[in-house]
Design a protein around this ligand. Sequence first.
Ligand SMILES: *Cc1c(COP(=O)(O)O)cnc(C)c1O
Length: 421
Amino acid sequence: MASSNQSNFLTYTSARAIADEFGAPVYVYDEATLRANAEAVLAFPNAYGLTARYAMKACPNAAVLKLFTGMGLHIDASSGHEVRRAIAAGVAPEKISLSAQEVPVDLGDLLGLGIQFNACSLQQLERYGQLRPGTEVGVRLNPGAGSGGNNRTNVGGPSSSFGIWHEFVPQVKELVAKYDLKLIRIHTHIGSGSDPDVWLKVSQMNFSLVAQFPDVRILNVGGGYKVGRMPDEKTTDLQVIGQPMKEKFEAFAAETGREIRMEVEPGTYLVANAGALLAEVHDVVSTGEDGYDFIKLNTGMTELLRPSIYGAQHPIHLLQAAPAAAQKDYVVVGHCCESGDILTPAPGDPELLATRSLPLASTGDLCVIDGAGAYAAAMTPKHYNSYPEAAEVLLTVEGAPKLIRRRQKLEDIWANEVPVA
Ligand SMILES: *Cc1c(COP(=O)(O)O)cnc(C)c1O
């Protein structure tokens, strides 16, 4: 596979300076891109008002949370711990909505702080009813279809455990009545996609659910707006997918007189291409004429797991002081003693190797892995082979790199171990 030598926002000079100052590997986030993405989300077409949430699990650093909430985004949290983390970063509890697989043990306390809650199973709804009878609540429903790119990112349909299956609406109604609840928000989040037809179909399914609950005044259509990381992948145009969705809200209002507010909650869209992982080549090896040429980096699945688990493709650039003219096909691998630590798997198949055409590599070359803003620093098999967490740096609009997470000290890795006598 060919790959250009132009990274999204780093040059050899800026990358060299950041690696020298903060060490490598290091995550770098581009403030200008983060802001532009947030503006695009805040401009999502809507008929009767919009609440745009950032799904913080994509990249939960406090600097990113502050930047986005400062621009008017609210927060979608996926666990009680994320709620606490957002509050610690200064986010007002009323702006945080929790949709979790696991109900936090301190749910009562979190609700007391004023967060919003989406019950994601019948048991969660029962639990909420017991804690807060007579109050307003949201439910996450699984409308019965997903549009995810592969099975593991498909979060709708019968093979997904997320949300209450749409056939259990009668049981939802029973619980709502039992605890005198007011169901004001329906939430569906069905996975990654960029196809306007799919989004329109989902809106239709969503409104057939809204129609069954007269108190609902907010429809949260979730996130999952696909972002192209590789040159041949497409990024969702929110204006294009949003327009027919907006018309659906208007049609529902014309039919029923109910003007429903819209919520969206992207993670990937906001951060994926605003982040890069900056690393160094630390070895170049070969397995002979019938084998492969390998570039070994001082990073890998410890900083970027997506290639290893999804076969996800990320642009890889070598930045060299004196750019090599010749190219070669390389397999790029990570630093873990683990055969699955591969940064160039076959697309969608983490079991297979693929190669990238890159400039002739030498030890010490800088390597930029683009599209590493979402589910990168946030999702790692932390501490495997005892590598400490990499630093995170925000490249400000003025072009100054600002440290937003220091590299972990080695001894932090075992700091919570309990010595045995
Ligand atoms: C993960 C998640 C999102 C964000 O998904 P992206 O694909 O990153 O946009 C939104 N809502 C919920 C409930 C999620 O779990």
